[in-house]
Design a protein around this ligand. Structure first.
Ligand SMILES: Cc1cc2nc3c(=O)[nH]c(=O)nc-3n(C[C@H](O)[C@H](O)[C@H](O)COP(=O)(O)OP(=O)(O)OC[C@H]3O[C@@H](n4cnc5c(N)ncnc54)[C@H](O)[C@@H]3O)c2cc1C
Length: 401
């Protein structure tokens, strides 16, 4: 057996939730950097199936860490929601940004690494065994005894499976394709319009929507097109996702057969879920994300904040039960919003009563007219400069060490 390496915090997974956890711990105290090891089976920049939309909630968490978005991004100035022949829009400057996950995740991880965190890539975790005083984590190359393990390993979390996590969490289904486009000749690119089309709820029994996200891949304009099926009502029959995507693309004069379909689940958030066991906490998709719209990046970043406070507290008190981690998550405003979205998903995707959905649609359309989202100049993000000073001092202390 390989030599055992002792570590205070072992983070499994280097997506946004894993990196955010490391960065938030360092924000609490720069000395944490040397106490963290991050492992990932992939090597960055790695592909991650995702629309890449980051809302102001995620951008504001980055800003509070003193980070301005550096990877190339596409500003969405209008989010247009369609249902049958009706539509309404959210406006903003921007409403949200679209990034490529391979670039974004790599960038965020490099931020943690540059502050002194040990990052081990291309090293999958193959076993996890909790003990009273430590958790043994076996990877393809080493054995660790960690005082705390953070499972940031996504919707199909290996850690969850290995530890036979006993809650009945569910997953949403998503498929997507990338289609080459003309770029600024098209209104979506020229005016920055992202589309969420809920019509397949009626035409294909989908519990979700079809999306068109304009983006750039290595400088080339590409439309990210996909279908989100929340399965918020698991008792209803499953929609045929490839057929839904095919029909929606045909309406936009694209043939699905010309492109490669890729799919991946998103684990739902549930307030009744189990978020921790002694010495192990879940973050990001391993813990759960949004069943209404499929938003996960902002929540992945937010778990880093709540999780880091719980870990600092555990070490301070010498109590690694994480008995209050769930309460901490539930008390956080970001996750209170996730709870609202979970309720809304169950209501909105109540297919048996489409008239109810139409009614809700009309109400939402009216409400938006009275919010700041009607204003194309509305800036929902906070500038990183506000907090850069604070965290910047902490960071420079670390890099000087
Ligand atoms: C098709 C699709 C479209 C989406 N679009 C959006 C969107 O537009 N906006 C949005 O906000 N959210 C979107 N999401 C959700 C978003 O992608 C996730 O919420 C987000 O990736 C969660 O981040 P994470 O860090 O928890 O996990 P991940 O980003 O999945 O990272 C998990 C990491 O763990 C590693 N790992 C897994 N197993 C092991 C192991 N055994 N050992 C070591 N490492 C391991 C993986 O290699 C990976 O790097 C979308 C999801 C899908 C599937």
């Amino acid at each position: 057996m390989a030599d055992v390496q002792e570590v205070d915090v072992l983070i499994v997974g280097t997506g946004p939730s894993g990196s955010s956890m490391a960065l938030h711990l360092i924000q609490q105290n720069p000395a944490w950097a040397r106490r963290i090891v991050m492992v990932d089976k992939a090597v960055h920049p790695r592909e991650k199936l995702c629309g890449g939309g980051i809302t102001h909630m995620g951008l504001n968490i980055l800003a509070q860490l003193g980070l301005a978005l550096e990877p190339q991004s596409f500003d969405v100035r209008e989010v247009r929601l369609l249902y049958e022949d009706k539509s309404y829009s959210f406006h903003g400057n921007p409403v949200f940004c679209i990034i490529r996950r391979s670039e974004f995740d790599h960038w965020l991880l490099q931020k943690a690494e540059s502050l002194g965190v040990t990052v081990r890539q291309g090293e999958g975790v193959t076993n996890v065994t909790p003990h009273e005083d430590y958790v043994e984590v076996v990877t393809e190359k080493a054995v660790f005894h960690a005082r705390v393990v953070v499972a940031a390993d996504g919707s199909r979390s290996f850690v969850r499976r290995r530890l036979k996590w006993d809650d009945d969490s569910r997953v949403a289904r998503l498929i997507e394709v990338l289609t080459p486009e003309d770029g600024r000749a098209q209104p979506e690119f020229r005016d920055g319009v992202a589309i969420f089309d809920f019509t397949p709820m009626t035409t294909h029994h989908l519990q979700g929507y079809y999306w068109d996200f304009p983006s750039y891949v290595q400088g080339q304009p590409m439309m990210n097109r996909g279908v989100f099926d929340s399965r918020a009502r698991p008792e209803r029959p499953k929609a045929d996702l490839p057929q839904t995507l095919r029909d929606e693309m045909a309406e936009r004069e694209r043939n699905l057969d010309d492109f490669e379909i890729k799919g991946h689940p998103i684990r739902w958030w549930s307030k009744d879920g189990r978020f921790a066991i002694p010495r192990v906490i879940l973050v990001g998709d391993a813990a759960g994300a949004d069943p209404l719209m499929g938003e996960g990046i902002s929540f992945a970043l937010g778990y880093g904040d709540v999780g880091a406070r719980a870990i600092v507290d555990a070490f301070a008190r010498g109590d690694f039960s994480f008995a209050t981690y769930r309460e901490r998550v539930l008390a956080n405003p970001l996750f209170r919003q996730l709870e609202t979205r979970t309720k809304l998903a169950r209501f909105a995707y109540m297919l048996r009563y489409p008239w109810l959905f139409r009614l809700g649609w009309q109400v939402a359309r009216l409400v938006v007219r009275f919010t700041r989202w009607r204003n194309p100049d509305y800036v929902p993000t906070i500038p990183p400069a506000v907090t850069l000073e604070v965290t910047g001092i902490q960071y420079s202390v670390v890099s000087d060490q």
